[in-house]
Design a protein around this ligand. Structure first.
Ligand code: SF4
Ligand code: ZN
Length: 495
């Protein structure tokens, strides 16, 4: 007898990595087409809830139309002698994992940003009520956390009720985030780690410190500490800081050791406060991506909710493919929005002084964290639409990054020759690693990739990649030999 005999589909770890494509879905909840959605765990008194009760407020699965997107709120209430408020966030994060155990159910992201899909196949097998999902959650939570003595699950699909709860939920998330503000990494002796996302990104290890909340934004230092205490065999664990090796980059011997061990040797060094060199790995559920913009030597931020293309011409989803998967990708870093409030936010790279572009929504959300003198110097999609415009804009506004553009000063002298040749003797440069984003173009007979100045022709294309799909080229230990570098002045209107 299995724990899930009365559920019409299978439940197990094997289904965790399952993706459900649009054409295979019965319907979806949350995601980019739905504004209000959330999941929330709340600790209650024993008397307040009824163990095993599953409540559905609004239409149930069987009442919904095929192919559509619906709002959803998931409220899990728990009680028990050892249940503390501190545990809410980590319990909440497990909803993601447990729903993914259900055959034909996909769950992405967290908090106010959830995205669930049910497959047509599982719906046909009889998975037509939230009752089933509630039972799965109830049983998995109780077996995984014996300290949960009572659990009650509510699914809300009624838009009016979601609206009320949504506002409350946002306040609760904000209160959790605010707790770690004001604390410093140097004030604590240990950090915490999380490997919950290794089922999707096997070499990914989150290192969670007071100044670097997890990239999913759902687990801060207090949350991870509470989880490591009650569930030491679970995905959260203590990371002794060890020796501080580099204060600016945020490199600690203890962090390096744990990252190496938990990533099975994939990751040997971590710079907690940098997106270059040895950046923190990114799984897939980051709230935002910090991306390098070579044209202006600055950093852009794009969040998951941003529609359209960022200032570099790439959409969030394209950059997400390049960023995620548990690798250390220089120039792309999955981050939480809350991390932008940290005094250590990309400190080694220049922090806010290096940020040149971000969506207006995000700017509004973190405005008070942006140093005052910079607020009107960082562009949004409302100010510029490409890097050429961005460059001009930064210059006009006097953004601090402009001072870093030394070479450009030479090229810009009006009297500069139409063609200049550097250097006079062949010069060799060695770069440890070059990572560059690229986008496939549909070209008959091959797939050209803009590569520095040249064009890389891959006659057969990249296996499995479709035209228009983003991908990434990583060259390790690159030597660039330059015989001649020609800087030409462009005539207006000509490429
Ligand atoms: Fe844990 Fe990090 Fe995944 Fe969040 S992103 S669930 S902290 S591994
Ligand atoms: Zn993740």
């Amino acid at each position: 007898m299995s724990m899930f005999d009365d559920i019409p589909v299978d439940v197990g770890v094997v289904y965790e990595g399952e993706r459900i494509r649009g054409k295979d879905m019965q319907f979806e909840f949350g995601g980019p087409n739905v504004e209000q959605k959330f999941e929330l765990v709340q600790a209650r008194d024993m008397k307040e809830i009824e163990d095993g009760k599953i409540i559905i407020q609004g239409p149930d699965l069987k009442d919904l139309e095929e192919g559509k997107s619906y709002p959803l709120g998931i409220l899990v209430e728990v009680a028990g002698k050892e249940i503390e408020k501190d545990l809410e966030a980590v319990l909440e994060r497990r909803i993601h994992e447990f729903i993914n155990f259900v055959e034909g159910f996909m769950h992405l992201n967290q908090r106010y940003d959830i995205w669930l899909r049910l497959s047509k196949a599982s719906y046909k097998k009889g998975f037509n009520s939230f009752q089933f999902l509630g039972k799965v959650l109830t049983r998995l939570f109780k077996s995984e956390f014996p300290i949960i003595e009572k659990i009650q699950v509510t699914f809300i699909t009624d838009p009016k009720k979601i609206s009320e709860w949504y506002k409350k939920a946002l306040q609760i998330y904000e209160a959790r985030d605010a707790r770690a503000r004001g604390m410093k990494d140097e004030d604590v002796t240990e950090f915490y780690g999380c490997v919950l996302c290794q089922s999707f990104a096997p070499s990914h290890v989150c290192i969670i410190s007071p100044n670097r909340i997890s990239l999913c934004g759902a687990i801060n230092w207090f949350d991870a500490r509470a989880a490591a205490r009650v569930d030491p065999k679970g995905p959260n664990f203590m990371v002794p800081k060890g020796e501080l090796l580099d204060e600016i980059h945020g490199e600690y011997s203890g962090v390096n050791e744990v990252a190496k061990q938990k990533s099975l040797g994939e990751v040997e060094r971590v710079w907690m406060y940098s997106m270059f060199g040895y950046p923190h790995t990114s799984c897939g559920c980051f709230e935002a991506i910090a991306f390098y913009i070579p044209e202006v030597d600055g950093i852009g931020i794009v969040d998951r909710g941003y529609e359209g293309t960022a200032v570099n011409g790439l959409a969030f989803s394209t950059m997400a493919n390049q960023t995620g998967g548990g690798k250390q990708v220089e120039g792309f870093n999955g981050i939480a929005i809350e991390y932008m409030r940290s005094p250590r936010f990309l400190q080694a790279d220049g922090g806010w002084n290096r940020v040149v572009w971000l969506p207006s929504n995000v700017k509004e959300r973190v405005l008070d964290a942006i140093p005052e003198g910079l607020r009107d110097k960082i562009a949004t999609e409302k100010d510029v639409t490409n890097t050429t415009e961005l460059r001009q804009w930064l210059k006009d506004k006097g953004h601090p990054i402009v001072k870093q553009w030394k070479e450009e000063v030479v090229a810009e002298v009006t009297e500069a020759p139409a063609e200049a040749v550097y250097p006079t003797a062949p010069t060799e440069y060695t770069l440890p690693q070059v990572t560059m984003p690229a986008t496939m173009a549909a070209v008959p007979g091959g797939v050209p990739v803009a590569l520095l100045q040249g064009v890389l022709q891959l006659p057969g294309g990249i296996p499995g990649a479709a035209p228009g799909e983003g991908f990434q080229l990583i060259f390790k230990n690159v030597k660039i030999k330059v015989d001649k570098l020609i800087i030409k002045r462009e005539e207006k209107g000509k490429k």
